[in-house]
Design a protein around this ligand. Structure first.
Ligand code: NAD
Ligand code: TYD
Length: 348
């Protein structure tokens, strides 16, 4: 396989790049990333000298660059992760979400079609998507399945839903082999500290306040990022064209329960007195249109592809906290902005 991974310098992308580069030395892995604020090549410094890895800085919206990459590397597979990914940013500035997530995906599909349409044999366009396209669940036992109708409610989820629709349209209209996976909230190493878990780990270390939106009653279904990377590997190799796969860890937590757990583990690890970090919790104005609950039914992944998450939330969160405590440099570079110098040091 000659795999174009988009967004490979981001949180989830970096785990996919590492996994594919190290597990499949015979594959060529080309990582195309624009290095927006969310892209960080320090995430990949352990693999960036591998002979089967190439990094290209660029935009998924740049048709001629994509043409060049497809031709030069004879791309057979696309694993598409590049996106604007933060809901709060999408509320403030929806247009960049439309540009990257919708138009960027459409551009990538067009270029893949142009290069592959003579012979789709051995080709695959894999769209990495989110459970947020399904909308919001009420409290209770309902779960999102692959048959749940799309009902996106934030500009972020609307842009991802739109992109998913284009991917399916290319399957039905042009017979392009595609797969889509819709995953629940990820957490783990390399997570940019604007999202709940890394932001709160950072703030607890710094003894800064922990801004809980609304009453903290919203529920998210958390999956350790390496379990997601394994699921993507599994779908890339065994997924059926035209199919959708829901990925999740059956790990539903209200935000406030999760935050209290985080505070308690961090107090223990930092040698602080019990309850100290809980004092940092501050209830703030709720997010506009805040989805109440997400929860995934991942039965299809288990039954058809033999995938199950390895980490429970308790084991995954311990690993995650340990990683942030042992990689303070990574956090310092991200919070100071110096992580963005890594590209010029490495590639110029
Ligand atoms: P992220 O924000 O950490 O990384 C996104 C990456 O895309 C960055 O490296 C950024 O530089 C790159 N990028 C942005 N615009 C680009 C462009 N125009 N051209 C090329 N590269 C560009 O995101 P993430 O959390 O790793 O999410 C990756 C994908 O997985 C996204 O498509 C997201 O919708 C999906 N997803 C995320 C989660 C989650 O919990 N984080 C859950 C399910 C699905
Ligand atoms: P987030 O990590 O932004 O992921 P998503 O919105 O894609 O689920 O947020 C996770 C949950 O945490 C969500 O319900 C919003 C909430 N939240 C806070 O309460 N405070 C914060 O500072 C952030 C970033 C999120």
């Amino acid at each position: 396989m000659n795999i174009l991974i988009t967004g490979g310098a981001g949180f989830i992308g970096s785990h996919i790049v590492r996994r594919l580069v190290t597990h499949y030395p015979a594959y060529q892995i080309i990582n195309l990333d624009l290095l927006t604020y969310a892209g960080n090549l320090e995430n990949l410094k352990d693999v960036d000298q591998s002979p089967n890895y190439t990094f290209v800085k660029g935009d998924i919206g740049d048709e001629s660059l994509l043409d060049e990459i497809f031709t030069k590397h004879n791309i057979t597979h696309v694993v598409h992760l590049a996106a604007e990914s933060h809901v709060d940013r999408s509320i403030k500035d929806p247009l960049v979400f439309i540009k990257t997530n919708v138009l960027g995906t459409a551009n990538l599909l067009q270029v893949a079609k142009k290069h592959w349409q003579e012979n789709y044999e051995g080709k695959l366009f894999y769209q990495v998507s989110t459970d947020e396209v399904y909308g919001s669940l009420n409290m209770g036992f309902d779960l999102f399945t692959e048959k749940t109708a799309y009902d996106p409610r934030s500009p972020y989820s609307a842009s991802k839903a739109s992109a998913d629709h284009f991917v399916r349209a290319f399957y039905h209209t042009y017979h392009m082999p595609v797969v889509i996976s819709n995953c629940s909230n990820n957490y783990g190493p390399n997570h940019f500290p604007e999202k709940l878990i890394p932001l709160f780990i950072h703030n607890i270390i710094q003894k800064k306040s922990l801004p809980v939106y609304g009453k903290g009653e919203n529920i998210r279904d958390w999956l350790y990022v390496e379990d997601h990377a394994r699921a993507i590997d599994c779908i890339l190799h065994k997924g059926q064209p035209g199919e959708t796969y829901n990925i999740g860890g059956h790990n539903e937590w209200t935000n406030i329960d999760l935050i209290k757990l985080l505070c308690d583990i961090m107090d223990r690890k930092l040698g602080r007195s019990a309850g100290e970090s809980r004092e940092l919790i501050t209830y703030v104005t709720d997010r506009a249109g805040h989805d109440l609950r997400y929860a995934i039914d991942a039965t299809k992944m288990e039954v058809e592809l033999d995938w199950l998450p390895v980490e429970t939330f308790e084991t995954g969160i311990e690993k995650t906290i340990d990683w942030y405590l042992n990689n303070k440099e990574w956090l310092d570079h991200v919070t100071s902005g110096s992580y963005q110098e890594y590209y010029s040091k490495m590639y110029h």
